[in-house]
Design a binder for this molecule. Structure first.
Ligand code: AMP
Ligand code: GLY
Length: 421
């Protein structure tokens, strides 16, 4: 089949690589892809949110299947647009994508379906004073979340009550995150260790993919600003079989059943951010309606069955007949970022990569070709994934190769997976 993959990050390079291993693939197209995915498929100069442009691509290139990497096209309704044109899409409908696109929608859904999550209150300009009183009667830290998509920046965690009140007002009245923060969710603060669960679903059946843990802070020892993710490991060793039984029973099953019962069409991957408390119980921190980045770079290399077949089966309602096979090996990925990230950073810096090896993959994220030269084109530039018999072996190899990636101002966290070393 001819496949169109939307997106341009490390996640999409990892998807492209896994798809390229499938005997079902005829030709792969990426809109727009990056310098790494270039060797696996044809890059098209079309943004993933330009649906009319994508429709022309679908016709011209005889596309049989669209796989969506990032959240924005899903939240904007790419599934519905192509469903009307009878093109199978891997991803949820616009209504179901609100699980990521609106924190308030996700919290109300969890509350209706009895899914464990932090208690919350929704605040808009209409009940701002009530929101202020709610903060006064809560003990900190205070968690404020912009309702809409905010490129990972819409969550504030504050220790001080006055600061929390000022921020709440800023978010709603001054629209600090634009329309996204016209509505804010105030949440109870939860403590524990976080991990990411990925569930493929065709709306009826589901398959649980390997779990992962990502490292969101820019600095070693989990310090500094939040980023999209500086590295990931799979599987996180603390996620036991018993914990996954609990996650499946109290979160996955009621979520999939709830989507089905409420007519929320979902043919894709659901990414559930879970927090495990010291007492051993699990709560949902967030839902995302797509694969994680950089978690995909450790999840997909551990899947030994056909990943394209898996996504196609989810998109076309046939997941029941798909046999998922997972490698017992562990995977780690280390992101090499550009000086300044997650704030401002330079682009167009010449980039040198180590030679290809059998035991480490280099996934491009922010890269492009400038004539014959390979240059940086983003804050997260590449990520290096290695497999190993245990996490320590995979981490050692990933870091070794990460140290050989060269461009001006390159940096990476040398402590990814530090708890498990
Ligand atoms: P979110 O975008 O909802 O995943 O939030 C971003 C990050 O903020 C999460 O990965 C957590 O580390 C943290 N966070 C979010 N909600 C809470 C909460 N209720 N309690 C504690 N930490 C949270
Ligand atoms: N790594 C976090 C995310 O993809 O949202």
């Amino acid at each position: 089949m001819n496949v169109l993959l939307l997106g341009s990050g490390g996640r999409e390079h990892a998807l492209a690589r896994s798809f390229s291993l499938s005997p079902r693939l005829d030709k792969l197209f990426l809109a727009p892809g990056n310098a790494g995915s270039h060797s696996l498929g044809e890059s098209l100069d079309c943004p993933p949110t330009d649906f009319e442009g994508l429709a022309q691509v679908v016709e011209q290139k005889k596309i049989d299947f669209i796989c969506v990497g990032p959240e924005q096209p899903l939240v904007s309704g790419v599934y519905d647009f192509f469903d009307k044109r009878n093109v199978p899409v891997f991803g949820p409908s616009q209504a179901a994508a609100q699980l990521e696109g609106s924190k308030g929608f996700a919290k109300a859904f969890m509350s209706r379906r009895n899914i464990p999550t932090a208690s919350y209150m929704e605040v808009t300009a209409d009940n701002l004073e009530e929101g202020m009183r709610h903060l006064e009667h809560t003990k900190g830290p205070y968690v404020l979340k912009a309702d809409g998509l905010a490129a990972g920046k819409g969550v504030l965690i504050l220790d001080d009550l006055d600061e929390a009140k000022t921020c709440l007002r800023k978010m709603i009245v001054e629209q600090q995150f634009g329309q996204s923060s016209a509505r804010v969710v105030i949440e109870e603060f939860l403590t524990g260790i976080e991990f990411s669960v990925f569930v493929l679903t065709d709306g009826k059946d589901y398959k649980i993919l390997p779990t992962a843990k990502d490292y969101k802070r820019v600095g070693e020892g989990d310090t500094g600003l939040n980023t999209g993710g500086m590295g990931a490991v799979s599987p996180p060793p603390f996620v036991s079989k018993e914990i996954m039984v609990q996650v499946e029973r109290s979160v996955i099953q009621p979520t999939i059943n709830g989507l089905h019962k409420e007519g929320l069409v979902y043919h894709g991957v659901l990414y559930i951010g879970v927090i495990l408390s010291e007492a051993g119980d699990v709560h949902v921190i967030e839902y995302n309606c797509r694969f994680g980045d950089p978690e995909t770079q450790v999840v997909l290399p551990r899947i030994t069955s056909d990943v394209l077949e898996a996504c196609w089966s989810a998109a076309t309602g046939n997941l029941k007949n798909y046999h998922l096979a997972i490698d017992t090996q562990c995977a780690s990925t280390v992101v090499i970022a550009s000086k300044g990230y997650p704030k401002a950073y330079a682009k167009g810096l010449p980039l040198t990569l180590p030679p290809l090896s059998n035991d480490a993959f280099i996934y491009h994220a922010g890269t492009k070709r400038d004539g014959d030269a390979l240059v940086t084109n983003g804050g997260r530039v590449v990520s290096v994934t290695a497999l190993g018999d245990d996490l320590k072996a995979s981490l050692t190899r990933a870091k070794e190769v990460a140290g050989q990636v060269q461009f001006d101002g390159a940096f990476y966290r040398a402590d990814i997976g530090y708890e498990f070393n």
